[in-house]
Design a protein around this ligand. Structure first.
Ligand code: APR
Length: 237
């Protein structure tokens, strides 16, 4: 079913969430082992937590920076990059901040929630490598606080990225969701927008999502890495 849809499609957009990176060893957020089972976003990942320069904020993001520095893309990321290079996939829109799609050589990835790859000064905007957090160096030369270049809870997404993601979602005729609970707005509006503009939806996710009922295909009992490897084989048959 999915291979047929991919062969018929003229513009395939891939939309990934944290479930895309669990097979790289990074936890997702809302499944049983998810980050939010033991942490509260408001306490550790919000603009308020940053403004209070809370130890919890620094500790939480130091752990996440160490996570992305200590892990790498898996076979699924590389298959998506191969499909994009071959012109099979047009664009990857991701909620993930691990940079693994780019690290796997995907191009022009739309990172809705920014990236842990860099930190920048909240005061003067100067950018630094994320190793600063590894070293517990949390302040800029100007005295301002350094924060990961991610969208914190309570912050708006980048206008440029949103505009691009809207354009791509509206032009997709096949929109494939990989590893997202589709519960966080506005990111979860992109699959809906694509559907409203006539795209078929495919959802690969171990748990139910609010959009399963409008999907042409829902794959629940296959890990994303295995799914992508199987489809890659079928495309080459
Ligand atoms: N294969 C298939 N599905 C998987 C896999 C896997 N290997 N691993 C996890 N999943 C599924 C989980 O069952 C879960 O439903 O991926 C989904 C991930 O959902 P969330 O943890 O909610 O992550 P996501 O949808 O990306 O969260 C969106 O919330 O906390 C914010 O900014 C954060 O970008 C994040 C946003």
């Amino acid at each position: 079913m999915v291979v047929e849809l991919m062969k018929e499609a003229k513009c395939i957009v891939i939309f990934t969430g944290a479930g895309m990176s669990t097979e790289s060893g990074l936890p997702d957020f809302r499944s049983d082992q998810g980050v939010w089972q033991t942490e509260s976003p408001a306490r550790v990942a919000s603009i308020n937590a940053l403004n209070e320069k809370s130890e919890q904020f620094f500790k939480f993001y130091r752990t996440r920076v160490q996570g992305v520095r200590g892990h790498k893309p898996h076979k699924g990321h590389h298959i998506l990059a191969k499909w994009q290079a071959a012109g099979i996939v047009d664009t990857i829109i991701t909620q993930n901040v691990d940079g693994f799609h780019t690290a796997a050589n995907s191009s022009d990835v739309l990172e809705l929630h920014g990236t842990l790859g860099k930190v920048h000064c909240q005061n003067c905007q100067k950018e630094y490598d994320n190793i600063m957090y590894e070293k517990r160096a949390y302040y800029c030369e100007c005295g301002g606080v350094l924060r990961p270049s991610v969208i914190l809870f309570g912050e708006l997404l980048d206008d440029g990225v949103i505009t691009q993601a809207v354009k791509k979602s509206e032009s997709a005729d096949l929109f494939i969701v990989l590893g997202s609970s589709l519960t966080v707005s506005p990111a979860n509006q992109f699959p809906l927008l694509a559907y409203k503009y006539g795209a078929k939806l495919v959802i690969v996710n171990e748990e139910e999502t609010p959009y399963d009922h409008i999907a042409s295909s829902v794959i629940r009992n296959e890990k994303i890495g295995d799914f992508l490897a199987r489809i890659d084989n079928e495309l080459n048959d």
